[in-house]
Write a protein that binds this ligand. Structure first.
Ligand SMILES: CC(C)(COP(=O)(O)OP(=O)(O)OC[C@H]1O[C@@H](n2cnc3c(N)ncnc32)[C@H](O)[C@@H]1OP(=O)(O)O)[C@@H](O)C(=O)NCCC(=O)NCCS
Length: 198
């Protein structure tokens, strides 16, 4: 296991692909562009996401930029791409004198499941594996996730993962409908994750 903050903390350091009971997690490749578009272009998929996908051609073209794919994973069930995930390694807020120790010590997670494959526990199973990757493989010290408070399916995943609610911000987030909505931010520390696993 890596020591927290020991550079380079990078998804390339993880052994891929990563099997779970039913799923296979792997890094996204340019060849996945069409399949990721297929799961993301549904209105129910991007209702709560920061950006809706542009048209198919623009979206697929973005996959030619390696930096666009840095923090993206995809999830297969029996060879079918059923979800995509975000695992973005981030720096902690730190004072200047110790800033270097705060580099790449935490991660932010995200999830999108194809609407035809929701309700089967795939997001929870895949996200649980991301936590294992963060804490066991990458040696990170903290993992976060955030969502609109109205995105019940998303915050229930955070709860099932054992994450703690750290923020309930009131009317801080602007939905594309024009409504200012509440948002939640949850987190879990490595020691909390280990304690929960006994
Ligand atoms: C949020 C989202 C990722 C959830 O995906 P999902 O795969 O349906 O999530 P899960 O299946 O793990 O959990 C959903 C429900 O299925 C249930 N479930 C869990 N395991 C199950 C199983 N083996 N069989 C059937 N149902 C199961 C869960 O209990 C859960 O129900 P509950 O929330 O009422 O308790 C999906 O709805 C989505 O892609 N939404 C749009 C994108 C989005 O909002 N992303 C998050 C932005 S912050």
């Amino acid at each position: 296991m890596a020591e927290p903050g020991t550079p380079p903390v990078d998804l390339a350091a993880v052994a891929w692909p990563r099997p779970t009971e039913r799923l296979l997690l792997r890094r996204v490749t340019p060849a996945d562009a069409e399949a990721v578009w297929e799961l993301r272009h549904h209105p129910s998929s991007h209702e709560w996401l920061t950006s809706g996908p542009p048209d198919r051609a623009t979206y697929v073209a973005e996959f030619d930029r390696p930096e666009r794919l840095d923090h993206l994973l995809v999830v297969e069930r029996d060879g079918v791409l059923v979800a995509d995930l975000m695992l973005r390694i981030t720096d902690a807020w730190a004072q200047a004198e110790v800033a270097e120790r705060g580099l790449a010590v935490q991660a932010e997670l995200g999830w999108v499941v194809h609407p035809e494959h929701t309700g089967r526990g795939y997001a929870t199973e895949a996200a649980a594996e991301m936590l294992r990757i963060c804490f066991e493989d990458l040696g990170l010290r903290r993992v976060t996730a955030a969502c609109f408070a109205e995105n019940t399916a998303s915050w229930r995943i955070m709860e099932r993962l054992g994450m703690r609610r750290e923020t309930h911000a009131v009317a801080d987030a602007l939905h594309r409908s024009g409504r200012w909505l509440d948002s939640y931010a949850d987190a879990i520390l490595a020691e909390e994750w280990r304690a929960a696993r006994g």
